[in-house]
Design a protein around this ligand. Structure first.
Ligand SMILES: Cc1cc2nc3c(=O)[nH]c(=O)nc-3n(C[C@H](O)[C@H](O)[C@H](O)COP(=O)(O)OP(=O)(O)OC[C@H]3O[C@@H](n4cnc5c(N)ncnc54)[C@H](O)[C@@H]3O)c2cc1C
Length: 767
């Protein structure tokens, strides 16, 4: 958080669902200063909110919920004034009428309870009922109560108004998109929809009866929610009377003025053992039959059946709170949502933005179902249950496995980043997008050489932050990866002298590149801040050193990030000895805040190489090389310009360009960064007391082994318990006799859970 309080930062929140619940939450989030995106397949309020009886009711609710309901009804008036939407709100009062024995007794008891909780409930006689509602036939002995605070609302009108006011006054936008999945890789939740994926600080799932299908598609634990069809009957108008003034509940039948000036009638849900289709049919018929008992010739009035799907939880209470199996995902689903929506919106927004749990919501937490859901503010460890795992038939795209792994083995050797679960979908969408381009044929026919100008412009924008400013594109070569960039830079700088200075411990593959080119690496002493300037100076004494290879930002394998002072000192030594600098910044784009690249401190000497392998995906075979000058870049590329294996692949270059321009590259990097932080936090907790070097945004750690073991024994012991490690010796230019370090990659396992399991094995071998 870089010293800023949560409130000072703009929270980015995605709300899935624009029913009364989603729109109320989005409105209040926007009002609280959050940047909100609402997603819905249709328009605001088009879901069950527009197919609801939509009575604002508290009468008959259990004592534990009554105060909440009453406050919710009262809040409707506040929000209507705030939005200027009074025309949708009808606090007409309800009439509660009972003729059958059980119903009448219930009405008496409920009226008493209502009064105990500070609500009004006034007894009615038969004649008063007739006066109040001449349309209702109340000729039988009857128990009657009026509840003046209750009424009804045009829920679709209110939902639309909430979106209208929020999008005009706050940082809220509405996107008409179908959400496919939601999830969380590490600390950043995301919403995956038909056309792409957006990252947020929090995602609120308010998708009504689609809540469980979305959770299931997202590999998250569903809740015991029944999608219960409910029938209403809308009667367009009633010519023979002045219509209704109240909402009337008469035994199991209920009726109110409709949003369009006619009547809307419903029935209490019928007994439970009905199939969904039977229920709708039987309830529709029961509305006609019982309606006819209360309203003259009701069954003969032309009308339309309306089907709405209730989301009824196992205990019939709302579910409101964060999920534990997915950090920063908040669920809001309920029956009775028209009554509760606006107040719930205010309380949920406050919980999400200010992380203050509301006592009023304590009864409705997801955790009561005993699955892994809770209201507690998100914690680092809670994300580990969420597998960063493949889904769907093409899942292998998203997983980086070691081919040689046996079942159950976990490999911590490949320095690859974790993959967000939505990466596969994003790749598929990007491939489709490239395929749709009008000039697709041309793209595949033309040689790309060192990258087209748009390729290099996109790359320059991507690395500008590391170099202080975007490099001129004539200094750039687009390559097939960072190693290719390093190869070209080594080739370019070692034409005469054949020695490159390297740190005594470092990236072994660079030494392999040097070997291919007949170049000798000269080991230079280092400390925890990288290569020692004096030792470097000394190494240059014989005048044979052509260049120095440095990886100053998250050094592989020790994970140090070199200080700016050391960068300046090394640049000064290089300048004094006329030695070129080969800067490998492949890890430099992952940390949120890294010191500026050494290439920016000595641009006249420096060759800057990077690519997305460690912060996006190694399979995106692209890299960027920035030479000291345009002439140097042209000369570096000249020897390979006719060797087309050195040309960047057109398909990959097109995707990289697109991803940089539309922010996908940044979104993937952010998701990986968040997951890496989580995995580092797991390492800190699991390897407590162990001696290792690392950085909170590094995909590996450099672990010291106990003095009573050897590297071989340690690696073998881990392997025997299913954990595959890479020996530390391969990172030394000249390995000492006793190797006491190994590199442990946290990025390569599929999930944070696997990282924890593997680290637990390592921890037990260490102790
Ligand atoms: C017959 C009946 C009578 C009722 N009577 C009352 C009453 O008298 N009083 C009361 O308070 N409540 C009543 N209710 C309940 C009330 O209508 C609901 O609780 C409330 O409307 C729920 O609002 P919501 O925002 O959760 O759901 P919805 O209004 O259904 O909103 C969910 C939204 O999510 C969107 N969505 C779903 N899946 C996706 C996806 N994959 N991608 C993008 N968007 C998606 C949908 O398009 C929808 O707009 C009644 C319900 C029924 C069916």
């Amino acid at each position: 958080m870089r010293g800023l309080s949560r409130k000072e930062l703009t929270m980015k929140i995605g709300v899935v669902g624009a029913g009364i619940i989603g729109t109320s939450i989005a409105y209040h989030l926007g009002k609280a200063g959050a940047q909100v995106t609402i997603f819905d397949i249709g328009g605001p309020g088009d879901g069950v909110s527009s197919k609801s009886f939509a009575c604002l009711n508290a009468f008959g609710q259990p004592a534990a919920d009554l105060p909440f309901r009453l406050e919710a009804i009262r809040y409707h008036s506040t929000i209507a004034r705030e939005l200027g939407s009074e025309r949708y709100l009808h606090i007409t009062g309800t009439l509660r009428l009972g003729t059958v024995e059980g119903e009448a007794a219930k009405i008496t008891a409920n009226a008493k309870m209502m009064r105990e909780f500070g609500g009004d409930a006034n007894s009615l006689t038969g004649s008063t009922i007739n006066e109040l509602e001449p349309l209702v036939q109340a000729h039988r002995p009857i128990e009657g109560v009026s509840v003046p605070e209750e009424g009804w609302v045009d829920a679709k009108g209110l939902s639309r108004r909430l979106v209208h006011v929020a999008t005009r006054n706050f940082d809220v936008r509405f996107r008409r998109l179908r959400v496919l999945r939601i999830g969380n890789d590490g600390l950043k939740p995301w919403v995956n929809y038909d056309l792409g994926t957006d990252l947020f600080d929090c995602v609120v799932l308010a998708a009504g009866s689609d809540t469980n299908p979305i959770l299931q598609a997202s590999n998250l634990t569903p809740f015991p929610i029944k999608a219960d069809p409910g029938a209403l009957r809308e009667v367009p108008c009633h010519n023979e009377s002045r219509g209704l003034g109240h909402v009337v509940y008469a035994d199991s039948f209920h009726v109110r003025p409709s949003d369009r000036g006619g009547l809307l009638a419903g029935i209490s849900p019928l007994v439970d053992d009905l199939q969904s289709s039977d229920r709708f049919e039987k309830e529709s018929k029961a509305i006609l039959d019982t309606g006819a008992e209360w309203i003259d010739r009701f069954a003969e009035m032309p009308g339309t059946p309306v089907l709405g799907i209730r989301s009824v939880t196992a205990d019939e209470l709302p579910i409101l709170g964060r999920l534990e199996d997915a950090n920063h995902i908040y669920i809001a689903v309920m029956h009775g949502g028209i009554t509760l929506g606006p107040l719930v919106g205010r309380l949920v927004a406050n919980e999400v933005v200010n992380e203050q749990a509301s006592d009023l919501l304590a009864r409705y937490r997801p955790s009561r179902f005993g699955n892994n859901a809770t209201c507690a503010p998100a914690t680092v460890s809670s994300s580990e249950d969420r597998r960063v795992a493949p889904m769907g038939p093409n899942a292998s795209v998203e997983v980086q496995r070691d081919i040689s792994l046996l079942k159950g083995e976990i490999s911590l050797i490949r320095s690859t980043p974790p993959a967000p679960v939505w990466l596969g979908d994003t790749i598929r969408q990007s491939l489709a997008h490239v395929a749709e381009q009008a000039n697709i044929g041309e793209i595949f026919r033309a040689h790309r050489f060192r990258g087209t100008e748009p390729d290099r412009e996109a790359g320059a924008g991507w690395i500008a932050g590391r170099l202080g400013t975007a490099p001129a594109i004539d200094r750039m070569i687009t390559t097939n990866g960072t190693q290719n960039a390093l190869f070209l830079a080594t080739l370019a700088t070692t034409r005469e002298k054949k020695v490159i200075a390297v740190e005594e411990i470092g990236y072994y593959a660079f030494r392999n590149i040097a070997a291919l080119l007949g170049v000798t690496p000269r080991a230079v002493a280092m400390d925890h801040d990288g290569m020692l300037p004096d030792a470097f100076d000394k190494a240059c004494n014989d005048g044979n050193v052509a260049a120095v290879y440095l990886q100053p930002t998250v050094h592989n394998p020790t994970a140090y990030v070199m200080s700016v002072e050391r960068r300046q000192e090394l640049a000064a030594v290089a300048r004094r000895n006329n030695v070129q600098i080969l800067e490998d910044d492949v890890y430099g784009l992952l940390p949120e805040n890294s010191p500026i690249a050494i290439s920016a401190l000595a641009p006249e000497l420096a060759w800057y190489a990077t690519g997305p392998a460690k912060c996006v995906a190694p399979g995106l075979r692209i890299g960027y090389l920035v030479a000291p000058t345009a002439q140097a870049a042209a000369a570096a590329f000249a020897p390979v310009s006719t060797v087309t294996t050195w040309h960047v692949s057109p398909l990959v270059a097109e995707i990289a360009q697109q991803w940089i321009r539309d922010g996908t590259m940044g979104a993937i990097r952010d998701a990986i960064r968040a997951e890496v932080r989580t995995r580092q936090a797991i390492a800190a907790a699991t390897l407590k007391g162990a001696d290792y070097l690392s950085h909170s945004e590094s995909i590996f750690i450099w672990l010291r082994l106990p003095s009573d073991t050897t590297e071989e024994k340690f690696v073998a012991s881990a392997r025997s318990r299913g954990v595959i490690l890479r020996p530390g010796s391969m990172f030394w230019v000249s390995p000492p006799k006793q190797i006491d370090r190994i590199r442990v990659v946290l990025g390569s396992p599929d999930s944070a859970r696997e990282v924890r399991s593997a680290l637990e094995v390592i921890g037990s071998i260490l102790h």
